[in-house]
Design a protein around this ligand. Structure first.
Ligand code: FAD
Ligand code: NAG
Ligand code: NAG
Ligand code: NAG
Ligand code: NAG
Ligand code: NAG
Ligand code: NAG
Length: 540
């Protein structure tokens, strides 16, 4: 069927109108916002210097600087009307007041690593409150604490600690460009999880800007709100300005290893056995397994897509808070199946282990941790699960077959137990503590652009996730907030927001969901701080 000339013309006219009206809307929002900011912040402030309209030549660059998923960097991705980038506290406070005044929703962005883009994408008209200018870090080795602002990255925090001490660290994620604001408010884990628990287990104070634009600290916000922003996600309650964290002790020498096993090298037996020891072994040891489908290269290195045999490769990556000799004795005693040898182990200091885990080459200077720009940008999708009963050999073999059949998605298994099992599930909103052997991250990344490729890869990862249903936690099937996954439910923040919020809320927070709702109802009953997976207030 051919479109008539007239209706094509009409379509063009309509498109043109939509584009004009959207940028006109951006322009008027810009005018209103700048006007309002000048009213509510100190007169010395040049309000226009922290607000980007869509027509500003830097708008796209500022927007893209903290997009970490190419899937939300498309022409068709809904764009914010403006981007507001406060550079001090008073501007941040004024931005909240003006957001309410003007009646436009905000999305709060720190490091922009949200896997489903919820810090910078929405279907409703919105602006981005971008915190990259608020990133100071003050480390105090005397009392072993640090105040860190939300816009700082984990790499900056690690670097600043290491500058002052070789025997202190902080237990948080392994990717240095992740933002403190999202990571610490959503849980935060890394390779010291078994020894020290989550990032949120080491937060001792915080500053939050509430719905009235006031800055509250632990004392003035009260213990309920302070509890909520240690794992419940910040963006349902206010804007986190900073956290005060307690540092942890790290030994002068730590040890890392990376060992690969294919199915032909007994990966099945080794993974089977790993499940029985990984949550009970020495707390100084953390093991991550990368499970990936691979094509086996023939002797001469040729890879024939159809003919070459496919297999699954399991890579064991580890951090041990101690030296290689002790690590070998722990492994020989409790996990001889891996056959770890002294040659597989590399001793280094803690900051070198941070670089090693972030895949920097040996010898890279720690300064790279201050680089806020991430490497290449992929299209990606991630999902999560918790495993509470060891998976049988038969089921592992079935899983490998599925992974080979699907061909692209991989999995990451992360050891639990240790300190995680000692902290009660209600201590912080993060509920997945004792009883979990390991956490799974499902992962698929691709380079092809467009809706077709998106759909193909999303279907593959969903099929793998569905396949795992009988083998993982149930009723509810748990999920990790920081592995944001909108497939498990979204809220339209309308009259059904409580029911909708419960669907994803119990998966992320289990029995802690109700307390989060209570806190939300107390501090933001009108649901000003809302987004597609926020904590709903009680219906009134
Ligand atoms: C490459 C990569 C590696 C990762 N590795 C790990 C890992 O090792 N361990 C782990 O636990 N997680 C990891 N994650 C997940 C990561 O912890 C989460 O995506 C985290 O929420 C990112 O924080 P952010 O500030 O960068 O994200 P953003 O996208 O800026 O924010 C995420 C969420 O928090 C909200 N938010 C952000 N800042 C604030 C604030 N100041 N106040 C209130 N709300 C705020 C946002 O609105 C959004 O809802 C990784 C993610 C990526 C992309
Ligand atoms: C560090 O902490 C100690 C002990 O609380 C305190 O006396 C000191 O003033 C702090 N230093 C800085 C620079 O804040
Ligand atoms: C696999 O395990 C079997 C039995 O435990 C053993 O005989 C064999 O040598 C192992 N193969 C490899 C490659 O480790
Ligand atoms: C490499 O080996 C494969 C089989 O193992 C063979 O089919 C192919 O022709 C070889 N290629 C070259 C360039 O020798
Ligand atoms: C890193 O390089 C140093 C010297 O440049 C070397 O002694 C060390 O063994 C290397 N470590 C690894 C893990 O390759
Ligand atoms: C920061 O990292 C990016 C991505 O890896 C790289 O392209 C850039 O050159 C780095 N910048 C500096 C100053 O090292
Ligand atoms: C933040 C910023 O650069 N804003 C600029 C947007 O464009 C207007 C008009 O050119 C400038 O006045 C602002 O400074």
């Amino acid at each position: 069927m051919e479109m008539s000339r007239a209706s094509f013309g009409l379509l063009l006219l309509l498109l043109g109108f939509l584009i004009i009206s959207s940028s006109a809307n951006s322009d008027s929002t810009y005018e209103n916002f700048v006007h309002c900011l000048s009213k509510y912040s100190s007169p010395s402030l040049q309000a226009s210097s922290i607000v980007y309209a869509q027509t500003n030549s830097s708008f796209t660059n500022v927007l893209q600087s903290y997009i970490r998923n190419q899937r939300f960097n498309a022409f068709s991705t809904p764009k914010p009307l403006i981007i507001v980038t406060p550079s001090d506290e008073s501007q941040l406070q004024a931005a909240i007041i003006c957001s309410r005044d003007i009646g436009i929703q905000l999305r709060i962005r720190s490091g922009g690593h949200d896997y489903d883009g919820l810090s910078y994408v929405s279907d409703v008209p919105f602006f981005i409150l971008d915190l990259f200018n608020l990133r100071s870090i003050n480390v105090n080795i005397t009392d072993e604490t640090a105040w860190v602002q939300a816009g700082a990255t984990l790499g900056e925090l690690y670097y600043k600690i290491w500058e002052k001490s070789r025997v202190h660290g902080f237990p948080a994620g392994v990717c240095p460009t992740v933002g403190v604001g999202g990571h610490l408010s959503g849980g935060g884990y890394g390779n010291m999880l078994r020894r020290y628990g989550l990032s949120v287990d080491h937060i001792v104070d915080a500053q939050i800007v509430n719905v009235n634009g006031c800055i509250l600290d632990r004392k003035s916000m009260g213990e309920d709100l302070f509890w909520a922003i240690r794992g419940g996600g910040g963006a349902s309650f206010g804007v986190i300005l900073s956290y005060k964290v307690k540092l942890v002790r790290v030994p002068e020498i730590v040890t890392v290893f990376r060992v690969e096993k294919t199915l032909a090298q007994n990966a099945t037996d080794i993974v089977y056995q790993w499940q029985h020891i990984t949550d009970k072994i020495d707390n100084d040891l953390f093991m991550r397994l990368l499970v990936q489908p691979i094509t086996v290269k023939s002797e001469n290195g040729s890879v024939k897509a159809e003919k070459s045999p496919k297999t699954v490769r399991v890579t064991f990556i580890s951090l041990f808070l101690g030296d290689a000799t002790r690590l070998i004795s722990v492994m020989n005693k409790d996990f001889p199946e891996l056959g770890l040898k002294k040659e597989d182990c590399m001793e280094m200091n803690w900051i070198e282990s941070v670089l090693y885990w972030a895949n920097f080459d040996n010898g890279t200077s720690a300064d790279v941790l201050l680089n806020r720009t991430s490497g290449s940008l992929n299209f990606l999708k991630r999902k999560s699960d918790y495993v509470q009963k060891p998976i049988s050999r038969d089921d592992l073999e079935g899983l490998w077959k599925k992974i080979i059949e699907l061909g692209k998605p991989g999995m990451v298994f992360n050891s639990y137990g240790g300190r995680m099992s000692e902290i009660p599930a209600s201590e912080t909103p993060f509920p997945h503590r004792a009883g979990n052997i390991f956490k799974i991250q499902y992962s698929v990344s691709w380079h092809e652009e467009g809706a077709e490729a998106d759909k193909e890869h999303m279907n593959l990862i969903t099929e793998l996730y569905n396949y795992m249903t009988p083998l993982v936690s149930k009723s509810p099937r748990g999920a990790y907030l920081n592995y944001r996954d909108i497939d498990i439910g979204i809220s339209h923040n309308g009259k059904d927001s409580y029911q909708e919020g419960r669907v994803y809320g119990v998966k992320y927070f289990m029995n802690n969901f109700d307390r989060l709702v209570k806190v939300k109802t107390a501090v933001d009953p009108l649901n000003f701080f809302r987004y597609e997976q926020s904590i709903p207030p009680l219906p009134y």
